[in-house]
Design a protein around this ligand. Structure first.
Ligand code: C2E
Ligand code: CA
Ligand code: CA
Length: 747
């Protein structure tokens, strides 16, 4: 856009024109390249921008043609004005096509922002340029309109650019800032041109030419640095960028501080700019405070409140991002799924506050296993997930750290407790560039379930056979779908509920014999489930379901009813037989338990002395303080208390010290080798002596042969129970057995 001045050299003019055409064409080509390397909305935006810059280049070429061919400057208006005017129109469309972050800002606010920016820019333009142009051409409306058209159109583009920039995604802020600068420079040059042409002050090589050149150069740079930026994942709460806070006020600040000194006189020239500055500052502070609140809300929406770890949403977001980066090259992504085994048990036996404490510590340990940049999330309940991303695949190393982290016990309420995790690992394979994030999580889960089924705390790494093998068929299509195993468990649970509701559980009785004279001193009630198709099930097959699904109360009530009814029947037959029942450990925290039992006994006219409750050692240990009062009240009423499976845990001695009990039942595994293993024998002997010193009866469980029975008898063990003496049997066989034993040869 140079004028051939009367005294200007023709060569210089043509050179200037050529440089201008070259620059605008180069900027257009850069935009085409930017469009080709982009996807989605940025691609369309850059394509349109290429059109806009192409129009500019076409205008420059026409100008060059006027200068070279016709050797005169184009008239005003000329055909060159058509492509020149197409530039701001297309540039406006291009800017509007760039994607903006979906903030919670209302459309109304957007509208006001745009109006504010446009009005302030126009005011600036008017005060600096247009009022002079207006004064000059007040007689010639057509010339004035043409002079006005370029700066005003530029202003529209600039307004759109500022508003889009204020709402830009972080990833696009750099190129959009450059584009805004380029548009601003073009607007500046066009306005300056309108200003100086009023008195013919424009000439070739004028600084205005440099501003146009600078504008084109910045367009080219913006196009060159624009890169394929993937659409960022959607966020639960989006925090506006800092730019979006101050940018809409920038034009007001400019107009409000530059304008008054230009058009006002006296004192007001300083006061008005000051007021504008304070108002802008005040608005920015308010906006900034809003932003901080939003940031807090956004953070909370993505954190698990209990552990402070990432929550499921954040995990999915980060994983999606990691997978996107992976598809752009050489980064590894792995997901580890960690699920605590039998956590329900911890919850039931220790209570929620302690269980929460365990979860927090588990979270801390997991966080200690990963590298910076990895993500640890609590996905819900006792499920955790780790996202491992980086240049190299360290996932196996980290998996082993996680395994090691669980080898130390957790200290809760002063008690040490081992937690066992099931750990599944899935690494996104290089050969599957299109792998979906959700699929990777599902694979980690499948591997985790495989670990759980294997009851192994080693890491299981996902492999394709896990999806296809035998009974563990898992469908990859749905997340967290239970395996065939899981499905069978769910069916079993349904049947169990049905059985409980209809009282279709059974109890069998195993005799306990005095070792010195062979009399039956009592029986232990053992639960059975006569399953319609699977045959009679032993407790091991279904008690975990009972525990995990809140059925303990119903099962216990059912068992107590059956047992006490049987006891009453035996008494009616003239054989009062002491009965031991097994209780779920959590019941010992139930302060109502003693009253419930006493009432049940009284209703049937049974003496409390007939009843023994057996409690399992390892579970009660963790809450000695809580259960002692319940135990004491049971014993006050005459109900006996036995420690079951004694010797299978590790703190047996403190247990004997802390709890007042009537009976210990030595675990079957513990006594199985007494007759052959001198060390085991020494321990059992010592326990028998210790128990006797404390006035506690010793019962040996799982006695399978005469040799063991003899050894136990010789070493003072009081009572024996096991297949050697009698298998668990139906209630109606018991009275006969008692008579038989009483009439046996030993008597
Ligand atoms: P437990 O209290 O230790 O019961 C003894 C278990 O050892 C019984 O298994 C019994 O059948 C088995 N047994 C008895 N003598 C021998 C022997 O000589 N050799 C071997 N190898 N085993 C022997 P069962 O009936 O399968 O019960 C398993 C566990 O289920 C019980 O272990 C008990 O902890 C629990 N349980 C049983 N009935 C109930 C109940 O009504 N309520 C609750 N809460 N738990 C129950
Ligand atoms: Ca027992
Ligand atoms: Ca036992």
């Amino acid at each position: 856009m140079t004028l051939v001045l009367a005294d200007g050299s023709y060569a210089a003019t043509v050179l200037d024109d050529l440089i201008t055409v070259a620059l605008s064409s180069y900027a257009a080509v850069c935009s085409v390249l930017a469009a080709r390397s982009a996807d989605g909305r940025p691609r369309r935006a850059w394509a349109t921008m290429a059109g806009a810059l192409g129009a500019w280049a076409l205008g420059d070429a026409m100008w060059l043609a006027y200068d070279v061919v016709l050797q005169r400057e184009p008239p005003s208006p000329s055909v060159a004005d058509i492509p020149y005017l197409a530039f701001p129109v297309l540039a406006a469309v291009a800017m509007a096509r760039f994607p903006t972050a979906s903030t919670r800002q209302s459309r109304l606010r957007l509208l006001f922002d745009a109006a504010n920016v446009a009005l302030c820019l126009f005011l600036l333009l008017w005060m600096l340029v247009l009022n002079r142009v207006f004064d000059e051409y007040s007689h010639d409306k057509v010339t004035f309109s043409v002079a006005l058209l370029y700066p005003v159109l530029d202003l529209v583009v600039l307004t759109i650019a500022v508003v889009v920039l204020a709402r830009a995604e972080a990833t696009q802020r750099r190129e959009l800032s450059l584009l805004t600068v380029a548009i601003g420079l073009a607007a500046l040059a066009d306005s300056a041109y309108a200003y100086v042409t009023v008195d013919g002050g424009y000439g070739t090589g004028n600084v205005i030419d440099l501003i146009w050149a600078a504008s084109l150069a910045v367009f080219a740079i913006a196009a060159l640095i624009s890169q394929r930026t993937p659409e960022p994942p959607k966020q639960a709460v989006s925090v506006p960028s800092n730019t979006s806070l101050w940018l809409p006020y920038a034009p007001l600040l400019l107009a409000g501080t530059i304008g008054p000194p230009l058009v006002m006189t006296g004192f007001e020239r300083f006061i008005v700019p000051l007021i504008v500055v304070t108002v802008c500052a005040r608005q920015s502070v308010a906006a900034w405070e809003n932003r901080r609140l939003l940031a807090v809300a956004a953070d909370e929406a993505l954190r698990d409140p209990l552990t402070g770890l990432a929550n499921r949403n954040l995990f999915h977001e980060r994983l999606a991002h990691a997978m996107m980066l992976r598809s752009r090259g050489n980064r590894s992504v792995a997901v580890m799924s960690v699920d605590l085994d039998d956590f329900k048990l911890v919850n039931d036996s220790l209570g929620h506050p302690a269980a929460d404490d365990v979860l927090r510590r588990v979270g801390q340990r997991l966080a200690g296993c990963v590298r910076t940049g990895d993500t640890v999330a609590r996905m819900g309940g006792d499920e955790f997930a780790l996202l491992l991303e980086g240049r190299v695949d360290d996932s196996h190393l980290i998996a082993h750290r996680v395994v090691a982290a669980f080898q130390e016990p957790f200290t809760v309420d002063g008690q040490e407790m081992l937690m066992r995790p099931s750990i599944g690992l899935a690494v996104a394979p290089e050969g599957e560039p299109d792998l979906e994030p959700d699929t990777l999580i599902e694979r980690a889960d499948i591997a985790m379930y495989a670990a759980k089924r294997a009851r192994s705390s080693e890491v299981h790494t996902f492999h394709a056979e896990m999806v296809m093998t035998g009974p563990d068929v898992v469908d990859l299509g749905e997340s967290r779908r239970p395996s065939a195993d899981g499905a069978a468990q769910i069916r079993l649970l349904g049947e169990l509920r049905h059985a409980i509701d209809h009282g279709r559980l059974d109890v069998v009785y195993q005799p306990k014999l005095a070792l010195d004279n062979g009399t039956v001193v009592g029986v232990e009630a053992l639960l059975r489930w006569p399953h319609p198709t699977l045959g009679t099930l032993r407790p091991d097959a279904f008690l975990s379901l009972v525990r995990q699904h809140g059925l303990m109360r119903q099962v216990t009530d059912l068992v107590l009813d059956m047992v006490l009814d049987d006891a009453a029947t035996w008494i009616a037959l003239g054989v009062p037989i002491p009965i031991a029942v097994n209780l779920f450990a959590p019941f010992l925290r139930d302060t109502q338990l003693p009253d419930t039992l006493i009432l049940a006994l009284e209703q049937r006219g049974l003496p409390a002395e007939l009843l023994t409750v057996e409690i399992t050692e390892d579970l009660v240990l963790s809450e000695v303080a809580m259960v002692t009062s319940v135990l004491r009240r049971l014993r006050e009423h005459g109900i006996k208390v036995a420690i079951d499976d004694f010797g299978s845990g590790y703190s047996a001695l403190s247990y004997l010290r802390d709890l007042t009990i009537d009976e210990v039942k030595l675990d079957g595994h513990f006594i199985a080798s007494v007759a052959t293993d001198t060390r085991a024998a020494a321990v059992v002997r010592a326990v028998i002596d210790l128990a006797h010193d404390l006035g506690i009866i010793v019962v040996a469980e799982g006695v399978e042969d005469a040799e063991t029975a003899n050894w136990l008898q010789q070493h003072g063990c009081d009572v024996g129970q096991g297949y050697h003496f009698g298998r668990p049997m139906d209630a109606d066989l018991i009275p006969g057995l008692v008579h038989l034993a009483a009439a046996g040869p030993d008597r």
